[in-house]
Design a protein around this ligand. Sequence first.
Ligand SMILES: Cc1cc2nc3c(=O)[nH]c(=O)nc-3n(C[C@H](O)[C@H](O)[C@H](O)COP(=O)(O)OP(=O)(O)OC[C@H]3O[C@@H](n4cnc5c(N)ncnc54)[C@H](O)[C@@H]3O)c2cc1C
Length: 411
Amino acid sequence: MKTAVIIGGGASGLAAAITLAESYGRKDLKIIIAERMDRLGKKLAATGNGTCNITNKYCTPERYHGDVKAAQKIIERYPPEAVTERFLKIGVLCTLDKDGKMYPFSRQASSVLDCLRARAAALGIAEKCKCEVTAVKKKGDKFLLDCSDGEKITADAVILAAGGKTAPSLGGSDSGYTIAAVLGHTVTALSPAIVQLKTETGKIKPLKGVKTDTKITLLSNDSVIAEQTGELLFTEYGISGPPVLQISRPVGAKKGSYRVKIDFMPEFSENQVRDILKRRKNDLYTGTLESFFTGMLSKRIGQTLAKIALSRQLSFKISELIDNDLDLLAKTIKGFELPVTGTLSWQNAQVTAGGIPLDQFDNQTLMSKRCAGLFAAGEILNVDGDCGGFNLQWAWSSGITAGAGAAAYLE
Ligand SMILES: Cc1cc2nc3c(=O)[nH]c(=O)nc-3n(C[C@H](O)[C@H](O)[C@H](O)COP(=O)(O)OP(=O)(O)OC[C@H]3O[C@@H](n4cnc5c(N)ncnc54)[C@H](O)[C@@H]3O)c2cc1C
Protein backbone atom coordinates (compact mmCIF):
# COMPACT_ATOMS: atom_id res chain seq x y z
CA MET A 1 0.00 0.00 0.00
CA LYS A 2 1.30 3.46 -0.91
CA THR A 3 0.57 6.63 1.05
CA ALA A 4 0.22 10.20 -0.15
CA VAL A 5 -0.12 13.04 2.36
CA ILE A 6 -1.58 16.40 1.47
CA ILE A 7 -0.33 19.00 3.93
CA GLY A 8 -3.20 21.48 4.27
CA GLY A 9 -6.91 20.91 3.81
CA GLY A 10 -7.76 24.21 2.12
CA ALA A 11 -8.91 24.91 -1.43
CA SER A 12 -5.78 23.70 -3.20
CA GLY A 13 -5.28 20.70 -0.87
CA LEU A 14 -8.84 19.45 -1.43
CA ALA A 15 -8.54 19.94 -5.21
CA ALA A 16 -5.22 18.08 -5.18
CA ALA A 17 -6.47 15.19 -3.02
CA ILE A 18 -9.62 14.65 -5.10
CA THR A 19 -7.70 14.81 -8.40
CA LEU A 20 -5.06 12.42 -7.08
CA ALA A 21 -7.73 9.90 -6.02
CA GLU A 22 -9.62 10.27 -9.32
CA SER A 23 -6.49 10.01 -11.48
CA TYR A 24 -4.68 7.17 -9.74
CA GLY A 25 -5.52 4.03 -11.66
CA ARG A 26 -4.89 1.38 -8.99
CA LYS A 27 -6.38 0.58 -5.60
CA ASP A 28 -3.21 0.52 -3.51
CA LEU A 29 -3.13 4.16 -2.44
CA LYS A 30 -4.04 5.71 0.90
CA ILE A 31 -4.58 9.49 0.72
CA ILE A 32 -4.47 11.53 3.92
CA ILE A 33 -5.21 15.23 4.24
CA ALA A 34 -3.37 16.57 7.31
CA GLU A 35 -4.93 19.82 8.54
CA ARG A 36 -3.69 21.82 11.51
CA MET A 37 -7.05 23.47 12.26
CA ASP A 38 -10.02 21.66 13.82
CA ARG A 39 -11.84 21.63 10.47
CA LEU A 40 -10.91 21.53 6.80
CA GLY A 41 -11.36 24.58 4.59
CA LYS A 42 -11.87 27.28 7.22
CA LYS A 43 -10.54 29.94 4.88
CA LEU A 44 -12.53 28.64 1.93
CA ALA A 45 -15.70 28.87 4.03
CA ALA A 46 -14.93 32.54 4.73
CA THR A 47 -14.25 33.56 1.12
CA GLY A 48 -16.29 36.26 -0.56
CA ASN A 49 -17.78 37.21 2.82
CA GLY A 50 -19.20 33.72 3.06
CA THR A 51 -20.46 33.67 -0.56
CA CYS A 52 -17.25 32.31 -2.21
CA ASN A 53 -16.14 34.12 -5.32
CA ILE A 54 -15.09 30.75 -6.69
CA THR A 55 -13.34 31.92 -9.87
CA ASN A 56 -13.39 34.61 -12.55
CA LYS A 57 -14.21 34.19 -16.22
CA TYR A 58 -11.35 36.54 -17.15
CA CYS A 59 -8.22 35.03 -15.59
CA THR A 60 -5.79 37.01 -17.76
CA PRO A 61 -2.09 37.45 -16.86
CA GLU A 62 -2.61 41.11 -15.81
CA ARG A 63 -4.71 39.89 -12.89
CA TYR A 64 -1.79 37.91 -11.44
CA HIS A 65 1.52 38.78 -9.73
CA GLY A 66 4.69 36.83 -8.97
CA ASP A 67 5.66 34.06 -11.38
CA VAL A 68 2.91 35.03 -13.80
CA LYS A 69 4.12 33.30 -16.98
CA ALA A 70 4.52 29.90 -15.38
CA ALA A 71 1.25 30.29 -13.47
CA GLN A 72 -0.62 31.24 -16.62
CA LYS A 73 0.38 27.96 -18.31
CA ILE A 74 -1.09 26.05 -15.39
CA ILE A 75 -4.28 28.15 -15.39
CA GLU A 76 -4.65 27.66 -19.14
CA ARG A 77 -4.45 23.90 -18.66
CA TYR A 78 -7.27 24.02 -16.07
CA PRO A 79 -9.10 27.27 -16.87
CA PRO A 80 -12.24 28.62 -15.16
CA GLU A 81 -14.59 26.69 -17.48
CA ALA A 82 -12.82 23.38 -16.72
CA VAL A 83 -12.96 24.17 -13.01
CA THR A 84 -16.67 25.04 -13.00
CA GLU A 85 -17.38 21.87 -14.99
CA ARG A 86 -15.57 19.85 -12.30
CA PHE A 87 -17.55 21.66 -9.62
CA LEU A 88 -20.81 20.91 -11.42
CA LYS A 89 -19.91 17.22 -11.32
CA ILE A 90 -19.65 17.32 -7.53
CA GLY A 91 -22.84 19.33 -7.13
CA VAL A 92 -21.76 22.99 -7.22
CA LEU A 93 -23.73 24.95 -9.80
CA CYS A 94 -21.82 28.14 -10.61
CA THR A 95 -23.24 31.46 -11.72
CA LEU A 96 -21.61 34.46 -13.40
CA ASP A 97 -22.05 38.11 -12.39
CA LYS A 98 -21.65 41.07 -14.74
CA ASP A 99 -17.93 41.60 -13.93
CA GLY A 100 -16.98 38.01 -14.74
CA LYS A 101 -16.93 36.91 -11.09
CA MET A 102 -18.31 33.43 -10.52
CA TYR A 103 -20.09 32.22 -7.40
CA PRO A 104 -21.89 29.07 -6.34
CA PHE A 105 -25.56 29.59 -7.15
CA SER A 106 -26.26 28.95 -3.44
CA ARG A 107 -24.00 31.93 -2.62
CA GLN A 108 -22.74 29.81 0.26
CA ALA A 109 -19.01 29.20 0.56
CA SER A 110 -19.82 26.47 3.10
CA SER A 111 -21.73 24.58 0.39
CA VAL A 112 -18.62 24.53 -1.84
CA LEU A 113 -16.67 23.09 1.06
CA ASP A 114 -19.42 20.55 1.79
CA CYS A 115 -19.40 19.32 -1.83
CA LEU A 116 -15.60 19.02 -1.88
CA ARG A 117 -15.57 17.13 1.43
CA ALA A 118 -18.37 14.82 0.30
CA ARG A 119 -16.46 13.96 -2.88
CA ALA A 120 -13.25 13.41 -0.88
CA ALA A 121 -15.09 11.11 1.54
CA ALA A 122 -16.67 9.17 -1.34
CA LEU A 123 -13.16 8.61 -2.74
CA GLY A 124 -11.97 7.28 0.62
CA ILE A 125 -9.66 10.21 1.36
CA ALA A 126 -8.90 10.42 5.09
CA GLU A 127 -9.21 13.77 6.89
CA LYS A 128 -6.86 14.25 9.82
CA CYS A 129 -7.71 17.53 11.59
CA LYS A 130 -5.86 19.21 14.49
CA CYS A 131 -2.79 17.67 12.92
CA GLU A 132 -0.04 20.11 12.07
CA VAL A 133 2.80 18.58 10.09
CA THR A 134 5.77 19.97 11.99
CA ALA A 135 8.63 18.41 10.04
CA VAL A 136 9.16 16.44 6.84
CA LYS A 137 12.34 14.50 6.04
CA LYS A 138 13.20 12.58 2.91
CA LYS A 139 14.79 9.17 3.44
CA GLY A 140 15.49 7.30 0.21
CA ASP A 141 12.21 7.26 -1.73
CA LYS A 142 10.11 7.85 1.38
CA PHE A 143 9.00 10.94 3.29
CA LEU A 144 8.89 10.86 7.10
CA LEU A 145 6.36 13.27 8.54
CA ASP A 146 6.14 14.39 12.18
CA CYS A 147 2.68 15.51 13.26
CA SER A 148 1.73 17.74 16.20
CA ASP A 149 -0.46 14.96 17.65
CA GLY A 150 2.64 12.78 18.00
CA GLU A 151 1.89 10.55 15.03
CA LYS A 152 4.64 9.83 12.51
CA ILE A 153 3.58 9.10 8.94
CA THR A 154 5.65 7.51 6.20
CA ALA A 155 4.59 8.66 2.73
CA ASP A 156 5.53 7.97 -0.87
CA ALA A 157 4.44 11.41 -2.06
CA VAL A 158 3.69 14.71 -0.32
CA ILE A 159 1.64 17.60 -1.68
CA LEU A 160 2.45 20.82 0.13
CA ALA A 161 -0.78 22.85 0.07
CA ALA A 162 -0.26 24.71 3.33
CA GLY A 163 -1.34 28.13 2.03
CA GLY A 164 0.18 31.47 2.96
CA LYS A 165 0.51 33.60 6.06
CA THR A 166 -2.77 35.48 5.71
CA ALA A 167 -5.62 35.20 8.20
CA PRO A 168 -3.98 33.08 10.95
CA SER A 169 -7.37 32.54 12.59
CA LEU A 170 -8.45 30.71 9.41
CA GLY A 171 -5.29 28.61 9.17
CA GLY A 172 -2.69 31.05 7.82
CA SER A 173 0.82 30.18 9.00
CA ASP A 174 4.36 30.06 7.79
CA SER A 175 4.93 26.42 8.67
CA GLY A 176 4.61 25.35 5.02
CA TYR A 177 7.50 27.61 4.04
CA THR A 178 9.68 26.06 6.74
CA ILE A 179 8.88 22.55 5.49
CA ALA A 180 9.70 23.62 1.91
CA ALA A 181 13.01 25.17 3.02
CA VAL A 182 14.11 21.98 4.79
CA LEU A 183 13.38 20.06 1.57
CA GLY A 184 15.65 22.36 -0.44
CA HIS A 185 13.40 25.22 -1.56
CA THR A 186 13.76 28.96 -1.22
CA VAL A 187 11.01 31.46 -0.44
CA THR A 188 10.78 35.03 -1.74
CA ALA A 189 9.97 37.98 0.52
CA LEU A 190 6.37 37.71 1.75
CA SER A 191 3.92 40.55 2.21
CA PRO A 192 0.18 40.97 2.85
CA ALA A 193 -1.95 41.84 -0.20
CA ILE A 194 -5.65 42.55 -0.78
CA VAL A 195 -5.62 44.40 2.51
CA GLN A 196 -6.97 47.62 4.02
CA LEU A 197 -4.76 50.73 3.99
CA LYS A 198 -3.72 52.72 7.03
CA THR A 199 -3.54 56.46 6.38
CA GLU A 200 -3.09 59.65 8.36
CA THR A 201 -6.41 59.89 10.15
CA GLY A 202 -6.63 63.46 11.54
CA LYS A 203 -8.58 64.88 8.61
CA ILE A 204 -10.85 61.89 8.05
CA LYS A 205 -11.92 61.25 11.65
CA PRO A 206 -15.40 62.71 11.01
CA LEU A 207 -15.85 60.35 8.06
CA LYS A 208 -15.50 57.09 10.01
CA GLY A 209 -18.14 54.64 8.77
CA VAL A 210 -19.00 56.64 5.62
CA LYS A 211 -19.18 54.65 2.35
CA THR A 212 -19.05 56.39 -1.00
CA ASP A 213 -18.35 55.68 -4.66
CA THR A 214 -14.99 57.11 -5.66
CA LYS A 215 -12.04 56.78 -7.94
CA ILE A 216 -8.94 56.14 -5.88
CA THR A 217 -5.38 56.54 -7.15
CA LEU A 218 -2.27 55.19 -5.43
CA LEU A 219 0.70 57.52 -5.96
CA SER A 220 4.39 57.17 -5.20
CA ASN A 221 6.03 60.57 -5.57
CA ASP A 222 4.19 61.75 -8.68
CA SER A 223 3.84 58.39 -10.40
CA VAL A 224 0.47 56.71 -10.61
CA ILE A 225 0.94 53.16 -9.30
CA ALA A 226 -2.67 51.95 -9.42
CA GLU A 227 -6.15 53.29 -9.92
CA GLN A 228 -9.56 51.80 -9.11
CA THR A 229 -13.16 52.90 -8.87
CA GLY A 230 -15.71 51.54 -6.45
CA GLU A 231 -17.16 51.92 -2.99
CA LEU A 232 -14.66 53.22 -0.46
CA LEU A 233 -15.18 52.99 3.29
CA PHE A 234 -13.59 55.41 5.78
CA THR A 235 -12.49 53.72 9.00
CA GLU A 236 -10.74 54.61 12.25
CA TYR A 237 -7.38 53.47 10.83
CA GLY A 238 -7.76 54.76 7.24
CA ILE A 239 -9.62 53.34 4.27
CA SER A 240 -11.16 50.06 3.17
CA GLY A 241 -13.55 48.73 0.53
CA PRO A 242 -13.02 46.86 -2.75
CA PRO A 243 -11.05 49.56 -4.63
CA VAL A 244 -8.70 49.98 -1.66
CA LEU A 245 -8.03 46.24 -1.33
CA GLN A 246 -7.34 46.11 -5.03
CA ILE A 247 -4.59 48.79 -4.97
CA SER A 248 -2.96 47.68 -1.71
CA ARG A 249 -0.37 45.21 -3.00
CA PRO A 250 2.60 47.62 -3.49
CA VAL A 251 2.01 49.17 -0.06
CA GLY A 252 2.10 45.74 1.60
CA ALA A 253 5.43 45.11 -0.08
CA LYS A 254 6.65 48.38 1.51
CA LYS A 255 8.58 49.53 -1.53
CA GLY A 256 8.56 53.32 -1.30
CA SER A 257 6.27 55.84 0.33
CA TYR A 258 2.71 56.24 -0.88
CA ARG A 259 -0.28 58.50 -0.80
CA VAL A 260 -3.80 58.10 -2.17
CA LYS A 261 -5.79 60.64 -4.12
CA ILE A 262 -9.55 60.29 -3.75
CA ASP A 263 -11.89 61.64 -6.42
CA PHE A 264 -15.38 62.03 -4.97
CA MET A 265 -17.00 62.87 -8.32
CA PRO A 266 -15.27 60.66 -10.90
CA GLU A 267 -18.05 61.23 -13.45
CA PHE A 268 -17.15 64.95 -13.73
CA SER A 269 -13.99 66.85 -14.70
CA GLU A 270 -12.57 69.43 -12.31
CA ASN A 271 -13.88 72.21 -14.59
CA GLN A 272 -17.33 70.70 -14.55
CA VAL A 273 -17.27 70.48 -10.76
CA ARG A 274 -16.18 74.14 -10.58
CA ASP A 275 -19.12 75.09 -12.85
CA ILE A 276 -21.51 73.07 -10.70
CA LEU A 277 -20.23 74.91 -7.60
CA LYS A 278 -20.57 78.33 -9.27
CA ARG A 279 -24.16 77.57 -10.11
CA ARG A 280 -24.83 76.30 -6.58
CA LYS A 281 -23.42 79.54 -5.17
CA ASN A 282 -26.11 81.45 -7.11
CA ASP A 283 -28.91 79.00 -6.43
CA LEU A 284 -28.16 78.56 -2.71
CA TYR A 285 -27.05 82.15 -2.09
CA THR A 286 -28.73 82.64 1.28
CA GLY A 287 -27.33 79.47 2.92
CA THR A 288 -24.10 78.61 4.73
CA LEU A 289 -21.25 76.18 4.05
CA GLU A 290 -23.04 73.70 6.31
CA SER A 291 -25.62 73.01 3.59
CA PHE A 292 -23.63 73.95 0.48
CA PHE A 293 -23.12 70.32 -0.58
CA THR A 294 -26.46 68.92 0.62
CA GLY A 295 -28.00 66.99 -2.27
CA MET A 296 -24.64 66.69 -4.06
CA LEU A 297 -22.28 64.85 -1.70
CA SER A 298 -23.05 62.82 1.38
CA LYS A 299 -23.53 65.27 4.27
CA ARG A 300 -20.45 64.29 6.29
CA ILE A 301 -18.22 64.23 3.21
CA GLY A 302 -19.43 67.63 2.01
CA GLN A 303 -18.93 69.29 5.39
CA THR A 304 -15.56 67.67 6.01
CA LEU A 305 -14.20 68.61 2.57
CA ALA A 306 -15.51 72.17 2.96
CA LYS A 307 -13.68 72.54 6.28
CA ILE A 308 -10.46 71.04 4.90
CA ALA A 309 -10.45 73.01 1.64
CA LEU A 310 -11.30 76.41 3.09
CA SER A 311 -10.29 76.16 6.79
CA ARG A 312 -13.53 78.01 7.59
CA GLN A 313 -16.43 77.46 10.00
CA LEU A 314 -19.54 75.80 8.55
CA SER A 315 -21.47 78.98 9.44
CA PHE A 316 -19.57 80.83 6.68
CA LYS A 317 -22.05 82.37 4.22
CA ILE A 318 -22.31 80.93 0.71
CA SER A 319 -22.77 84.47 -0.64
CA GLU A 320 -19.25 85.31 0.58
CA LEU A 321 -17.52 82.46 -1.25
CA ILE A 322 -15.08 83.91 -3.80
CA ASP A 323 -13.94 82.22 -7.04
CA ASN A 324 -10.72 81.04 -5.39
CA ASP A 325 -12.80 79.28 -2.69
CA LEU A 326 -14.79 77.47 -5.38
CA ASP A 327 -11.54 76.47 -7.13
CA LEU A 328 -10.18 75.06 -3.87
CA LEU A 329 -13.40 73.15 -3.21
CA ALA A 330 -13.42 71.68 -6.75
CA LYS A 331 -9.76 70.65 -6.38
CA THR A 332 -10.41 68.98 -3.04
CA ILE A 333 -13.48 67.11 -4.32
CA LYS A 334 -11.52 65.84 -7.33
CA GLY A 335 -8.22 65.11 -5.62
CA PHE A 336 -8.37 64.74 -1.85
CA GLU A 337 -4.95 63.42 -0.81
CA LEU A 338 -4.10 61.25 2.17
CA PRO A 339 -0.60 59.99 3.06
CA VAL A 340 -0.58 56.19 3.39
CA THR A 341 1.17 54.89 6.50
CA GLY A 342 0.93 51.12 5.86
CA THR A 343 -1.53 48.23 5.67
CA LEU A 344 -3.46 46.28 8.25
CA SER A 345 -1.86 43.03 9.43
CA TRP A 346 -1.69 39.49 8.08
CA GLN A 347 -4.91 38.76 9.96
CA ASN A 348 -6.81 41.20 7.75
CA ALA A 349 -5.14 40.44 4.42
CA GLN A 350 -6.74 38.07 1.92
CA VAL A 351 -3.64 36.80 0.18
CA THR A 352 0.13 36.45 0.57
CA ALA A 353 2.29 38.13 -2.06
CA GLY A 354 5.45 36.06 -2.61
CA GLY A 355 6.16 32.39 -1.91
CA ILE A 356 8.15 29.48 -3.31
CA PRO A 357 9.32 30.29 -6.87
CA LEU A 358 7.53 28.27 -9.52
CA ASP A 359 10.73 27.59 -11.45
CA GLN A 360 11.67 25.19 -8.64
CA PHE A 361 8.82 22.94 -9.86
CA ASP A 362 8.06 21.13 -13.09
CA ASN A 363 5.37 23.20 -14.80
CA GLN A 364 3.40 20.17 -16.08
CA THR A 365 3.13 18.35 -12.76
CA LEU A 366 4.16 20.82 -10.02
CA MET A 367 6.65 18.23 -8.77
CA SER A 368 9.67 19.74 -7.07
CA LYS A 369 12.86 19.78 -9.14
CA ARG A 370 14.77 19.59 -5.85
CA CYS A 371 12.96 16.78 -4.07
CA ALA A 372 11.34 14.00 -6.11
CA GLY A 373 7.87 13.07 -4.85
CA LEU A 374 7.21 16.50 -3.34
CA PHE A 375 4.49 18.59 -5.01
CA ALA A 376 3.13 22.02 -4.16
CA ALA A 377 -0.05 23.95 -4.89
CA GLY A 378 -1.91 27.14 -4.00
CA GLU A 379 -0.95 30.27 -2.18
CA ILE A 380 2.31 28.83 -0.84
CA LEU A 381 3.74 29.28 -4.34
CA ASN A 382 4.92 32.66 -5.63
CA VAL A 383 1.63 33.55 -7.29
CA ASP A 384 -1.11 35.87 -6.11
CA GLY A 385 -4.06 37.36 -7.89
CA ASP A 386 -6.22 40.45 -7.65
CA CYS A 387 -9.46 40.45 -5.72
CA GLY A 388 -12.28 38.84 -7.75
CA GLY A 389 -11.95 35.03 -7.74
CA PHE A 390 -8.41 34.97 -9.16
CA ASN A 391 -6.79 33.47 -6.06
CA LEU A 392 -9.20 30.58 -5.76
CA GLN A 393 -8.78 29.91 -9.48
CA TRP A 394 -5.05 29.59 -8.84
CA ALA A 395 -5.73 27.25 -5.91
CA TRP A 396 -7.98 25.03 -8.11
CA SER A 397 -5.70 24.99 -11.20
CA SER A 398 -2.53 24.34 -9.23
CA GLY A 399 -4.24 21.83 -6.92
CA ILE A 400 -5.54 19.82 -9.88
CA THR A 401 -2.09 19.96 -11.52
CA ALA A 402 -0.31 18.74 -8.40
CA GLY A 403 -2.91 15.99 -7.78
CA ALA A 404 -2.62 14.71 -11.35
CA GLY A 405 1.18 15.02 -11.17
CA ALA A 406 1.33 13.02 -7.94
CA ALA A 407 -0.91 10.29 -9.42
CA ALA A 408 1.41 9.92 -12.42
CA TYR A 409 4.48 9.86 -10.14
CA LEU A 410 3.00 7.22 -7.82
CA GLU A 411 1.91 5.00 -10.72
C1 LIG B 1 -11.33 36.49 4.29
C2 LIG B 1 -10.84 35.98 2.96
C3 LIG B 1 -11.69 36.03 1.87
C4 LIG B 1 -11.26 35.58 0.61
N1 LIG B 1 -12.13 35.59 -0.43
C5 LIG B 1 -11.72 35.12 -1.64
C6 LIG B 1 -12.65 35.03 -2.72
O1 LIG B 1 -13.84 35.31 -2.59
N2 LIG B 1 -12.16 34.59 -3.92
C7 LIG B 1 -10.84 34.23 -4.10
O2 LIG B 1 -10.46 33.86 -5.21
N3 LIG B 1 -9.97 34.25 -3.06
C8 LIG B 1 -10.38 34.66 -1.85
N4 LIG B 1 -9.50 34.66 -0.79
C9 LIG B 1 -8.15 34.06 -1.00
C10 LIG B 1 -8.27 32.52 -1.00
O3 LIG B 1 -9.09 32.11 0.06
C11 LIG B 1 -6.90 31.87 -0.87
O4 LIG B 1 -6.02 32.37 -1.85
C12 LIG B 1 -7.03 30.34 -1.01
O5 LIG B 1 -7.86 29.83 0.02
C13 LIG B 1 -5.66 29.68 -0.94
O6 LIG B 1 -5.85 28.29 -0.95
P1 LIG B 1 -4.71 27.35 -0.35
O7 LIG B 1 -5.26 25.97 -0.40
O8 LIG B 1 -3.43 27.61 -1.02
O9 LIG B 1 -4.54 27.82 1.14
P2 LIG B 1 -5.58 27.75 2.35
O10 LIG B 1 -6.96 27.80 1.88
O11 LIG B 1 -5.12 28.79 3.32
O12 LIG B 1 -5.35 26.31 2.96
C14 LIG B 1 -4.14 25.93 3.56
C15 LIG B 1 -4.46 25.02 4.72
O13 LIG B 1 -3.27 24.45 5.20
C16 LIG B 1 -3.34 24.34 6.61
N5 LIG B 1 -1.96 24.21 7.09
C17 LIG B 1 -0.98 25.15 7.02
N6 LIG B 1 0.18 24.63 7.48
C18 LIG B 1 -0.08 23.35 7.83
C19 LIG B 1 0.72 22.31 8.39
N7 LIG B 1 2.02 22.48 8.64
N8 LIG B 1 0.13 21.13 8.66
C20 LIG B 1 -1.19 20.92 8.40
N9 LIG B 1 -2.00 21.88 7.88
C21 LIG B 1 -1.43 23.08 7.59
C22 LIG B 1 -4.06 25.59 7.00
O14 LIG B 1 -4.66 25.47 8.27
C23 LIG B 1 -5.08 25.76 5.89
O15 LIG B 1 -6.31 25.15 6.20
C24 LIG B 1 -9.92 35.09 0.47
C25 LIG B 1 -9.08 35.05 1.57
C26 LIG B 1 -9.53 35.48 2.81
C27 LIG B 1 -8.61 35.41 4.00
